[in-house]
Ligand binder design. Structure first.
Ligand code: NAP
Length: 320
């Protein structure tokens, strides 16, 4: 039977969002058929939120899976699903953003997405052909201009909500101060091994919801590792609760009032990751997780673009 996932209300977004979404960025990139089949399986299990991005190359597979799910009657209407996609850095010039959103909608075969995010606080003047990218290609983001264009996407009905990803506390404070439509959420790396307390406090104070990406530490990817899934502390808590370390890690995120996008294309693990809503962690467990797990950020902009001065400066800001 499909599991019912709680939904969270977001400021400035016309629709609530399921607190667990299925991530669709896979490493190495999965082919179209594999991604589509995983999403269909996820819908059968109860996932209603799908996290994609122009940069992941998974928008077409997400769209194809949604069309198939509707055809098969797995969901009664598009409105039952929540689709997030993201503006890639090469389209982050204000004049290109509405067109980039329309391009993502075309890839998805949808009339609107539920959440459109600025993927990164940086702009590139051309597509990445090799890493590191040439230094002159990397530019700082015109936040006012870009956000104005994001607001336009919402006003045109291309998206139900708008937000950001990989923004620091300072960037969130600046954005909230200049926004007419406030950012609904900030999607950032967060897990028991990178707890983001300060950023979460800033976002809460500014009314910006936080969504955790790489909630299990992105095991088996170029940037992540198994330190969460193999944590002795999480394993001990899991054993005492009759759960798995992955479920303890995801439940901890949920108890911080943070939503998450978790990637698994394996049916058993997808189901396991939904099993976090009918039990809770003890106060002592929460305290041990807070104090005893070594903290390290896995995703850096330098690993994506190269060690350019602007990129290193952004990484420093995002790691503080
Ligand atoms: N906004 C951004 O800049 C950004 C950056 C990174 C990621 N994201 C989004 O966040 C999503 C999730 O992050 P992520 O993919 O980096 O990492 P993640 O969800 O923390 O971990 C995914 C890895 O864990 C494995 N896994 C999943 N559930 C498991 C379980 N219960 N037990 C053991 N292994 C399990 C998966 O393998 P199997 O598939 O084999 O189960 C996969 O190798 C992405 O897919 C993407 O949508 C966003």
């Amino acid at each position: 039977m499909a599991i019912n996932v709680p939904w969270v209300t977001l400021r400035g977004c016309d629709k609530p969002m399921p607190v667990i979404g299925l991530g669709t960025s896979s490493y190495p990139p999965a082919d179209h058929a594999t991604t589509k089949a995983a999403i269909l399986e996820a819908i059968k299990l109860g996932y209603r939120h799908f996290d994609t991005a122009f940069a992941y190359g998974s928008e077409r597979a997400v769209g194809a899976a949604i069309a198939e799910a509707l055809r098969l009657g797995l969901v009664a209407s598009r409105h039952e699903l929540f689709v997030t996609t993201k503006l890639w850095a090469t389209f982050a010039d204000p004049g290109q953003i509405v067109a980039a959103c329309k391009m993502s909608l075309q890839n998805l075969g949808l009339e609107y997405v539920d959440m459109y995010l600025i993927h990164l606080p940086v702009r590139l003047t051309e597509q990445i052909r090799a890493v590191p990218v040439a230094a002159e290609v990397v530019k700082s983001l015109d936040v006012e201009g870009a956000w104005g264009a994001m607001e336009e996407c919402k006003k045109l009905g291309l998206t139900r909500g708008i937000g950001v990803s990989n923004f620091s506390s300072k960037m969130i404070e600046h954005l909230v101060a200049i926004a007419t439509i406030p950012p609904a959420l900030n999607q950032v790396e967060m897990n028991t091994g990178w707890q983001q307390k300060q950023l979460r406090d800033t976002c809460e104070a500014k009314g910006v919801h936080v969504t955790a990406y790489s909630p299990l530490g992105a095991n088996n990817t170029k940037w992540g590792d198994a330190r969460i899934l193999r944590s002795q502390l999480l394993a001990a808590i899991a054993q005492a609760k009759g759960r798995t370390p992955a479920q303890v890690g995801l439940r901890w995120i949920y108890e911080q009032k943070v939503s998450m996008v978790v990637k698994s294309f394996n049916g058993e693990r997808m189901k396991e990751n939904l099993g976090i809503f009918d039990w809770c962690l003890d106060g002592g467990d929460l305290e041990k997780i807070r104090l005893q797990i070594p903290q390290r950020k896995a995703v850096t902009l330098a690993s994506i673009f190269g060690p350019h001065p602007l990129i290193l400066e952004l990484d420093r800001e995002l790691t503080n």
